[in-house]
Design a binder for this molecule. Sequence first.
Ligand SMILES: [Zn+2]
Length: 73
Amino acid sequence: MTASSAAAAPRALALPDVSAASTALFLTATVLLAALAYYFLGYDQGAVSLFGDDTHIHEFVHDGRHFLGFPCH
Ligand SMILES: [Zn+2]
């Protein structure tokens, strides 16, 4: 292919088929998952945990909690 033929041929850009509904669904799912992760990482303590006084989730995310600066102990 020469330089003149490359400049003459229009090149199509491959774009994904994204509709507004699928974008809204993807963004909603992302926000819900992020809020759930934020809750478990930052606010799920043993005494006020979703699962009662069980501290398994707290201990599981404990290092991440300290790394991100959430108050802990
Ligand atoms: Zn801690």
